[in-house]
Design a protein around this ligand. Structure first.
Ligand SMILES: O=C(O)CCC(=O)C(=O)O
Ligand SMILES: [Fe+2]
Length: 364
């Protein structure tokens, strides 16, 4: 779409990057433009494999958006929060618990964090088809073509190339995962915009500065557009939380439960959380843009036993293969329960719940 025809929307001004030296996670950077050729994919596959085995997270660069296109996405991302009146937001709130789907708004204060304190973040979730199965508030109407292009960019220019590399890393045919992540198939892969609002000192102290509790993502691959407000932390194998550094115009990509189950534990669904930003970034809002991918609804999340790699290294099973949930069962369980169900306190930092017979942990 030529730039001149884009609808005018306010510019979202994000906080400047922090100048604090935090304990950063050391995540590899993958130049995804190299995945365009089969030689390039052969070269990238071991890097992506090792990153997803050890960290469960990596950065993607050169994914095809200019900095200006990414800036525009953050302007668009703020529209559902800053340009939609509160009563209209309520009308478009998702019935998350009942439907087991995040379509629409997740309003503020929906989840319990700790000591009676609830979250201060809003989501707006759009099914990837954008307007085929979902209606949207007035302010988003002029932006629907751009939103559809954004969903397709994530799906075809980022998700599918990564899935090909992950299949190669398991020595499987390279379209193994692409075939189960159809853009037009029945499933909930979606675009999410998110806005975190600063909290009171009391809320900070009652939650130990945790804004979003430690969790794994329930889908296969999450794509996060890097933004300057440092708050995302990942739990390293040595048990330490490390910060994810902002890399301009890069994407932070991580594996979720679906990928861990399909790969028999080979690729890691790493626990991550969001905490209060460093002092020089406090008092600002934090807008995020994401693509949450999962397999088509009917895919059974059992390990791909035919992988020669898994045959060599062994399979870690979370379920007996015949009991493995489909993506639809898993996402409904995880979505409905999240932040709502009664969690059992295991110790001071970990709470547990059981979904489809599997223990899911929440980290404070
Ligand atoms: O806001 C972030 O940086 C991460 C959010 C997240 O982990 C999630 O929505 O699953
Ligand atoms: Fe997450």
């Amino acid at each position: 779409m030529p730039a001149a025809t884009l609808p005018q929307i306010p510019h979202y001004v994000a906080a400047p990057p922090t100048t604090e030296e935090l304990e950063w996670a050391d995540l590899p950077i993958i130049d995804i433009s190299k995945a365009a050729t089969s030689e390039g994919r052969e070269a990238l596959a071991p890097q992506v494999r090792d990153a997803m085995r050890t960290h469960g997270f990596l950065y993607i660069i050169n994914h095809g958006y200019t900095q200006a296109q990414t800036d525009r996405i953050f302007d668009i991302a703020d529209v559902p929060f800053a340009q939609v009146p509160e009563d209209e937001k309520k009308r478009f709130a998702g019935d998350i618990k009942k439907t087991g789907s995040y379509r629409g708004y997740k309003l503020r204060q929906y989840w319990h964090i700790n000591n009676g304190v609830k979250d201060q973040l809003e989501h707006y979730n759009l099914h990837r088809s954008i307007n085929e199965v979902q209606e949207h508030p007035q302010a988003l109407q002029p932006l629907l073509p751009e939103l559809r292009a954004f969903a397709e960019h994530n799906h075809y220019d980022v998700l599918h190339p990564i899935l090909r590399l992950l299949a190669l890393g398991l020595e499987l045919p390279e379209d193994t995962f692409v075939k189960t992540h159809g853009f037009n198939a029945k499933g909930e892969t979606y675009v999410r915009f998110m806005k975190y609002y600063p909290r009171t000192a009391e809320e900070e102290s009652l939650t130990n500065n945790v804004w979003l509790k430690g969790h794994t993502d329930f889908g296969t691959i999450t794509i996060l557009y890097s933004q300057p407000v440092s708050a995302l932390q990942i739990l390293s194998p040595d048990g330490k939380w490390r910060w994810v550094r902002h890399v301009p115009n890069a994407l932070v990509v991580n594996a979720g439960d679906g990928m861990e189950f399909l790969s028999g534990g080979f690729y890691r669904a790493t626990i991550h959380r969001v905490v209060q930003p460093p002092a020089d970034q406090r008092g600002h809002t934090r807008v995020g843009a994401f693509y949450f991918a999962m397999t088509d609804d009917d895919v059974k999340l059992a390990p791909l036993k035919e992988s020669p790699v898994l045959q060599r290294v062994g399979i870690a099973r979370r379920f007996e293969d015949e009991d493995a949930p489909t993506t639809e069962q898993w996402r409904r369980g995880r979505t409905s329960a999240y932040g709502q169900s009664e969690l059992k306190k295991k110790d001071e930092t970990v709470e547990e719940e059981v979904i489809n017979g599997v223990v899911v942990k929440h980290y404070n």
